[in-house]
Design a protein around this ligand. Structure first.
Ligand SMILES: Nc1ncnc2c1ncn2[C@@H]1O[C@H](COP(=O)(O)OP(=O)(O)O)[C@@H](O)[C@H]1O
Ligand SMILES: [Mg+2]
Length: 241
């Protein structure tokens, strides 16, 4: 299987602090991959680098075999990368449908039927019955869905989802996991940052583990979960020899 996203020796320093340190990884096309690690491990920094909100201190980022590091955020979005933010920032006064439509109007370059794309994203995320309501009226759980719907409406090749299950109960988490599976079934590659380990283990084909900016382990969920370095990073115990 070919890779859709590749990081090569990627580093990002903030005044001496290495938020990302020499990270090399490849996301296979058509997969669901997760990026996990304790708070401050550098997960959001990697999303910010891939989407162009931050410039790398070193290394390269390739998307569909083209270098995207250094490109403007809008260019990267138009090339087919969409991000669902952890904290949804909809336009609260306008309807749920109009918010999703904005995702469809922008997003990846190319011909599109904006109305059809909008309805498809509303259906996939279970938002049809809320479509005419102002986005500001949605509960936290439904704001998450709206954030996913906006990203899906951008018709990405790669969806970056930042903690889509945070603050959700187990039933809601299961629904979001189902949506991510459906997104992948439609051909979109998914890179997930998520703290909910049940969700990560059930949905991921491949897991990358970061600790203090360094990629310490990667592999199928079950092998990563059994890795002594990963357990030590999560429990805060000294690293094994
Ligand atoms: N804009 C920034 N300026 C300075 N330090 C930052 C900035 N963004 C992140 N960091 C630092 O980089 C490290 C990784 O942060 P982050 O990527 O947000 O981790 P995670 O998302 O895994 O919790 C942390 O030590 C954080 O304090
Ligand atoms: Mg973060």
């Amino acid at each position: 299987m070919s890779e859709i996203l590749r990081l090569d020796h990627l580093s990002k320093h903030f005044s001496g602090v290495a938020a990302t340190s020499d990270v090399s990884l490849a996301v296979p096309e058509g997969s669901i991959c997760s990026l996990i690690g304790p708070n401050g491990a550098g997960k959001s920094t990697i999303f910010n680098l891939v989407t162009g909100y931050l410039q790398p201190s070193g290394g390269t980022i390739s998307f569909r075999d083209r270098r995207i590091d250094g490109l403007a955020t809008t260019r990267i979005a138009r090339s087919g990368v969409a991000r669902a933010f952890q904290i949804a920032r909809p336009f609260p006064e306008i309807s749920v449908r109009e918010n999703v439509r904005i995702g469809a109007l922008f997003g990846r370059d190319g011909e599109r039927d904006v109305a059809a794309v909008t309805e498809g994203a509303l259906e996939l995320t279970g938002l049809v019955e809320f479509a005419v309501r102002p986005a500001g009226e949605l509960t936290v759980g439904y704001l998450r869905r709206l954030e996913l719907a906006r990203a899906i409406a951008a018709r990405p090749f790669l969806l970056l989802a930042d903690e889509p299950c945070a603050g959700l109960n187990p039933a809601e988490t299961e629904e979001v996991v189902g949506m991510l599976r459906e997104v992948r079934r439609r051909g979109v590659t998914v890179l997930l940052v998520e703290h909910d380990m049940t969700a990560v283990m059930s949905v991921s084909d491949h897991v990358f583990v970061l600790d203090a900016g360094v990629l310490i382990a990667e592999g199928p969920p079950e092998s990563v979960a059994a890795d002594a370095k990963v357990i030590a990073a999560y429990l805060g115990t000294p690293e094994p020899p």
